[in-house]
Design a protein around this ligand. Structure first.
Ligand code: PLP
Length: 388
């Protein structure tokens, strides 16, 4: 009998990066010097003080057993301290905070805890594709909130029809934003909290890039009054501490939603390796360490090289305030696929076509600042040599 994947997998939008992936592999196989601005994965090692703590934790046999389901208390307590110090948000970690195996895991599981089949889920576009996929896996019906340059990449909540808002059980938000690099205003967060309370829905705010900023510190959605009635925020150690491979983060916010998420997780995973949580505790206790904050200066320099370079070529780029992404408007007449195709064919530069983040992204490409400044300068030089 031929195997057919389950309907929920077939319901996902098509994977649009296949063509770019194929071309990238061909270029590498042909011996071309490919500059990959596609991958959002820090190119710095995890800071030494974190690795040292991990080495000690690894040698402790108590850590070799099943982890604590909801996370080790010391990690959760330290994450709560971080929320207080960084955002001024008080957290009762025993009830309001659990460890995640990375924010992606939390995003994937959260709709299963909140959404009933047929409920609307409010999903921004362009966006990290997991919001849409996780909503569909839970039987939800995504309703897209377009993010546009004109509205500063913030959703227009007043444009959501009231019947959709009433039948929605969950809204995803993500600031600092992937792919646009935009930051939310505290006014947006306040408005979103009021909207969620009025429509009886839960907000999950993905704050995976909250520490990757250049000037002003991004806010937490848990700051406005009453936010904990309706919000859960997901945090990650991945980008802040160059720990993408370690898989650790946390979910914090509304007690009932956190308990429901823990209920799903206890049936799906058995928590993160205790040793990683202990290393994560060390990381959070020294979030201002020079090995951590020093990366921001490097990203800033790379950002300036790329933004200035692309603007000279005629791509429309606003200098991002946060994240390590640059979101560039394609020159007139190009779709994102056409532009990324030419960049790869003629300059061996990998850019991510914006259409992969949803329809409103189709006039843009995303570049990640995770290669050295001189390679970025080389990429700009090659792109400038193309007759756009
Ligand atoms: N959220 C966004 C917006 C991301 O871009 C990513 C990874 O690229 C993640 C979450 C996943 O982060 P983590 O490594 O914590 O799972």
């Amino acid at each position: 009998m031929p195997f057919e994947p389950a309907d929920r997998l077939q319901a996902l939008p098509p994977y649009l990066f296949i063509e770019i992936d194929r071309k990238r592999r061909e270029a590498i196989a042909a011996g071309k010097d490919v500059i990959n601005l596609g991958v959002g994965d820090p190119d710095f090692p995890t800071p030494k003080f974190i690795r040292k703590r991990m080495a000690v934790a690894l040698d402790d046999p108590r850590n070799h057993r099943y982890p604590f389901d909801e996370g080790v208390p010391e990690f959760r307590e330290q994450a709560a301290k971080f929320m207080k110090q960084r955002f001024g948000v008080e957290v009762a970690w025993q009830r309001e905070l659990i460890t995640l195996i990375g924010t992606k895991e939390g995003l994937g599981h959260l709709p299963l805890a909140v959404v009933n089949p047929g409920d609307h889920v409010l999903v921004p576009q362009p966006a990290y594709p997991v919001y849409q996929a996780a909503s569909i896996f839970a039987g939800g019906v995504p309703y897209h909130m377009p993010l546009t340059e004109a509205n500063g990449w913030l959703p227009d909540l007043s444009a959501i029809p009231s019947n959709v808002a009433r039948s929605a059980s969950l809204m995803f938000l993500n600031y600092p934003n992937n792919p646009t690099g935009a930051c939310a205003t505290i006014e947006l967060f306040t408005e979103a909290v009021e909207f969620a309370r009025a429509n009886d829905l839960v907000i999950v705010h993905d704050a995976a890039y909250s520490e990757l900023y250049f000037d002003q510190r991004p806010n937490s959605i848990l700051e406005p009054p009453g936010a904990k009635d309706v919000c859960v925020e997901l945090h990650s150690l991945s980008k802040t501490f160059n720990m993408t491979g370690w898989r650790i983060g946390w979910a914090v916010g509304n007690t009932d939603v956190i308990a429901a998420l823990a209920g799903i997780k206890s049936n799906m995973d058995s928590g993160q390796f205790n040793a990683i949580q202990q290393a994560g505790t060390e990381a959070l206790a020294h979030a201002d360490h020079v090995e951590v904050k020093g990366c921001l200066d490097v990203y800033r320099e790379r950002r300036n090289v790329l933004v200035d370079g692309l603007n000279k070529i005629g791509f429309g780029v606003t200098r991002p305030e946060a994240t390590f992404y640059v979101w560039a408007r394609c020159p007139e007449g190009y779709t994102s696929m056409e532009l990324a195709g030419r960049a790869l064919d003629e300059a061996s530069v990998v850019l991510i076509p914006g259409i992969g983040f949803g329809e409103p992204g189709d006039r843009y490409v995303r570049a990640a600042l995770t290669v050295e400044a001189d390679r970025i300068a080389e990429a700009v030089k090659r792109l400038a040599a193309i007759d756009w």
